[in-house]
Design a protein around this ligand. Structure first.
Ligand code: CDP
Length: 218
């Protein structure tokens, strides 16, 4: 079974997708983490977002591994080393949407995501899972929330993770990424026609999980 969970940043998508996967005993595949890993490597190799051919060549020879743990967060390995923390740094967040809009990069990630998802029952979270990666997914969700609430949540998350960013910076980041992600030419962020929209603005994580699970089991 494939469960697709899409939506913009800060809507609670990743948290919900991870909990659902744990509860069902499914593999959790965080596709955003893959784009973040590629972005990290591009910075390390000093390849700019405009140098598409080089980036694509780099992505082709990159090994990205996802390791699920029983109750903790997902671990992301970039060419064999644990990059779970580094990929969440603001310098990655600032750049990731410009890398993720490149067609050749998306094609490579798509292949990897399909390969992983076909191995086992999986929950995938991202922007284009229900529309492009697994258009025939068994269940599709589009997790959304008001812009202001998404900013508030992401800011709180970053502060708790020890990243001293201002709410204004978070607001700018989300606005910028929402725009790039939803207007790009290939696989833009949008709700699949047959996805169930869940507005999480006034819901707790537990309530969202319960709602999503009831649709899955129903
Ligand atoms: O956690 P957050 O919502 O901040 O972002 P993420 O899920 O880690 O994704 C980071 C970025 O990767 C997004 O802003 C998109 O530009 C890109 N992405 C994408 O293009 N397609 C996906 N399936 C997942 C992420």
């Amino acid at each position: 079974m494939i469960i697709a969970v899409d939506g913009p940043a800060g809507a609670g998508k990743s948290t919900v997708a991870r909990i659902i996967a744990q509860k069902l005993g499914f593999l959790y595949i965080d596709t955003g983490a893959m784009y973040r890993a590629i972005t990290l490597k591009s910075l390390e190799k000093n390849i700019g977002a405009a140098d598409e051919a080089k980036l694509i060549e780099m992505a082709r020879s990159t090994d990205i591994g996802l390791v699920n743990s029983a109750d903790g967060p997902l671990k992301i390995f970039l060419d064999g080393r644990d990059a779970s923390r580094l990929i969440r740094e603001p310098r990655i967040t600032r750049l990731v949407s410009d890398i993720a809009k490149i067609r050749g990069i998306r094609e490579i990630m798509l292949g990897l995501q399909r390969k992983l998802g076909r191995q086992r029952d999986s929950v995938l979270d991202g922007r284009d899972i229900g529309t492009v990666v697994f258009p025939d997914a068994d269940r599709k969700f589009f997790i959304d929330a008001d812009f202001k609430e998404r900013v508030r949540r992401r800011h709180k998350e970053l502060i708790e993770a020890g990243q001293g960013v201002s709410e204004k910076d978070v607001e700018e980041d989300l606005r910028n990424r929402d725009k790039i992600d939803s207007t790009r030419e290939f696989a833009p962020l949008k709700k699949a026609e047959d996805a169930i929209r869940v507005d999480t603005t006034n819901l707790t994580i537990d309530e969202v999980v319960e709602k999503v699970l009831s649709y899955i089991n129903g």
